[in-house]
Write a protein that binds this ligand. Structure first.
Ligand code: NAP
Ligand code: ZN
Ligand code: ZN
Length: 350
């Protein structure tokens, strides 16, 4: 049993996004049916549509920063009621019983996680379709509660950009007074700045765009460095205990490693489509560490949302209509984003 839902997606690699009709299952006993209000545009959506990672199945309907209202629920989905404001992030199912699922790291499910879009869908035997649509049906175990008081449009990017930056700040023990650098001031980068500043860190933004300086300081950074300016990195050698690299395109990471304190860590969250050279010398002198971090599991995502509910940390967004999605993609490829485009889902069915 399925239903037809208006959506926006791409039919082929690099093709413009256009209106589509997708099929979703009717809600089962454990499901929550959600009327989508807003969906953020993550650079991963752009990579997928452009087939930067060579793994996209078309047509693709992106979107994993979803906020909406529960319109119905199955008899066993008792955690939620009609009218609740809820979120759906990057994943919608997993086996629930493997060690990773039991540890709350569902993104590493040993039987294979079901991502919110472009993932094999065990229910329909097709590929999952994401949040650029008007409705979604999700098992309630993977549905998140949006704390009262958070603006729905500004909370949507927390579902990916929020958890992807919150998790490594926790993993690497960000604490008051730490010198933390954020490389790239886009969707992830601006959340990293807000969260690290809220945790009490002394935050520096490393950006290719000098014109983002005022914003960086307003978002909570204490320092701003325009990395393309000659000599810009010289005064920062050995300064940071943690560097979070959110850049979406290939770039030099060896000169960033030089900015770490001894025993400091650079965590990669950006996923550029091409390889980056890493010189052993850049790590060995000073016992530097390089790490990666992949979104976050359901319990940690709820913890992050509750943290944002208490602190009031939400994204800076530009709400757009469906017919502006293709222009938003172009802006993001240029690095021109302030700081997350969020689709008004009401415009998708229009
Ligand atoms: P975004 O909003 O487009 O921001 C990326 C920023 O990177 C840009 O605003 C720009 O900042 C900088 N940049 C772009 N091109 C650059 C270049 N050639 N050289 C140096 N800097 C450049 O993207 P996003 O949504 O934050 O996503 C960032 C990356 O994280 C993407 O690759 C995405 O796929 C990945 N991602 C990973 C995870 C994960 O689980 N690890 C989750 C979500 C997204 P400035 O103007 O400040 O330089
Ligand atoms: Zn994302
Ligand atoms: Zn599992």
């Amino acid at each position: 049993m399925s239903m037809n839902i208006p959506a926006y997606g791409a039919r082929a690699a690099k093709a413009p996004l256009e209106p589509l009709v997708i099929e979703r299952r009717k809600p089962g006993p454990h499901d929550v049916e959600i009327e989508i209000l807003y969906c953020g545009i993550c650079h991963s959506d752009v990579h997928k549509v452009n087939e930067d990672w060579s793994s996209t199945h078309f047509p693709v309907v992106p979107g994993h920063e979803i906020v909406g209202r529960v319109t119905s629920r199955g008899a066993s989905a008792a955690r939620f009621q009609e009218g609740d404001l809820v979120g759906v992030g990057c994943l919608v199912d997993s086996c629930r019983s493997c060690p990773e699922c039991r540890a709350g790291h569902e993104m590493f499910c040993e039987k294979g996680v079901t991502f919110t879009f472009d993932s094999p869908d065990p229910n329909t035997k097709t590929w999952t379709y994401g949040g650029y649509s008007t409705r979604i049906v999700v098992d309630d175990r993977y549905v998140l509660r949006v704390p009262k008081g958070l603006d729905p449009a500004r909370a949507a990017p927390l579902m990916c950009a929020g958890i992807t930056t919150y998790s490594p700040l926790h993993q690497f023990g960000c604490k008051p007074g730490d010198h933390v650098a954020v490389v790239g001031l886009g969707g992830l980068g601006h959340m990293a700045v807000k969260l690290a500043a809220w945790m009490g860190a002394d935050v520096t933004v490393l950006s290719t765009s000098r014109d983002k300086e005022k914003d960086a300081l307003r978002l909570g950074a204490k320092h701003f460095v325009a990395t393309k300016e000659p000599g810009a990195l010289d005064p920062l050698q050995g300064r940071f205990s943690l560097i979070m690299d959110t850049v979406s395109a290939p770039h030099d990471i060896n000169n960033q490693l030089a900015l770490l304190q001894n025993f400091g860590t650079m965590v990669m969250v950006g996923l550029p489509p091409a390889d980056t050279a890493l010189y052993a010398f850049a790590l060995v002198h000073g016992n530097k560490r390089i790490a990666g971090s992949n979104i976050g599991g359901i319990p940690e995502t709820q913890e992050m949302l509750d943290y944002c509910g208490k602190s009031g940390v939400v994204a800076d967004v530009e709400v757009i209509k469906a017919d502006q999605i293709n222009n938003a993609y172009k802006s993001m490829v240029r690095g021109d984003v302030r700081y997350r485009f969020v689709i008004d889902a009401g415009s998708l069915g229009a």
